[in-house]
Design a protein around this ligand. Structure first.
Ligand SMILES: Cc1cc2nc3c(=O)[nH]c(=O)nc-3n(C[C@H](O)[C@H](O)[C@H](O)COP(=O)(O)O)c2cc1C
Length: 232
């Protein structure tokens, strides 16, 4: 388990680390999955706003842009239930190792036909289905980017990965969307970019608060999962 660990900053780097990392302070770690196939596209602008806040908050992050990778969907083979990893040894298994260590997960997607990018959905289905590690209280945040329509449907779609996995969802002062069509246009969406900054601040606060709460109270009690399939 890496979250909630205490890292002592080396004194020689003290003036280089972001302002709120002080000696002995908890350092949170976020994995960001950007589902856009376009390098430097509009989704990346939203992600960059969040990255800048994380850096200022002393939150470590790593961003993987997977939207142009060849990622196939789940084939329901059951390999993962025996082996704890997906049968297709690609970006999903690599991300799974990082996800297990992370305190938070950001999922960002361009909107395609009022839905998330299909490559990202293939990735997320396999990431969540194939990983047996406990995701309880890792904080999730989803981000969507569209020219015009389908943001809230896509936002709902992405949040469902968190809310089936005991993951609290960070929110902002608006639903987490940013607008633009051609590359770079989202720079002009002042409100969208602000929404992302607020989201990243709220997410940082949530992760740190959960880390403290976990030390004081421990994680919530768990029960063996009952699967009834609505039949028996
Ligand atoms: C296949 C496809 C479908 C799209 N569908 C929608 C849509 O349903 N609603 C919308 O507002 N924009 C739609 N767009 C526009 C993108 O969401 C928009 O260009 C966005 O900025 C892309 O983000 P990116 O620059 O990070 O790739 C679509 C774009 C493509 C390529």
């Amino acid at each position: 388990m890496c979250y909630n660990y205490i890292r002592l900053c080396l004194p020689q780097f003290a003036d280089k680390v972001p302002n709120i990392i002080k000696k002995g302070e908890m350092v949170m770690n976020v994995l960001i999955i950007n589902g856009s196939p376009r390098a430097d596209g509009n989704t990346s602008i939203a992600v960059r706003e969040m990255e800048n806040v994380f850096a200022r908050e002393g939150v470590e992050y790593e961003t993987l842009r997977i939207g142009s990778d060849a990622i196939r969907g789940c084939i329901a083979c059951g390999y993962c239930s025996q082996n704890g990893r997906c049968v297709f040894d690609d970006a999903v298994n690599k991300a799974a190792e990082k996800f297990e260590k992370a305190d938070g997960l950001v999922i960002a997607s361009p909107v395609y036909y009022a839905s998330a990018n299909a490559t990202l959905i293939a990735f997320l289905d396999r990431l969540f289905y194939s990983t047996g590690f406990d995701k309880t209280m890792k904080v999730g945040a989803s981000v969507v980017c569209a020219r015009r329509g389908g943001c809230s449907a896509t936002f709902d779609e992405l949040n469902k990965y968190f809310t089936i996995a005991n993951m609290p969802v960070a929110s902002s002062q608006y639903w987490n969307s940013i607008h633009g069509r051609e590359k770079g246009e989202a720079e002009m969406d002042e409100e969208g970019r602000q929404t992302m900054r607020v989201l990243a601040r709220n997410m940082s606060f949530l992760m740190k608060s959960i880390a403290l709460g976990r030390e004081k109270y421990g994680l919530p009690e768990t029960e063996p999962h009952v699967f009834t399939h609505f039949i028996h």
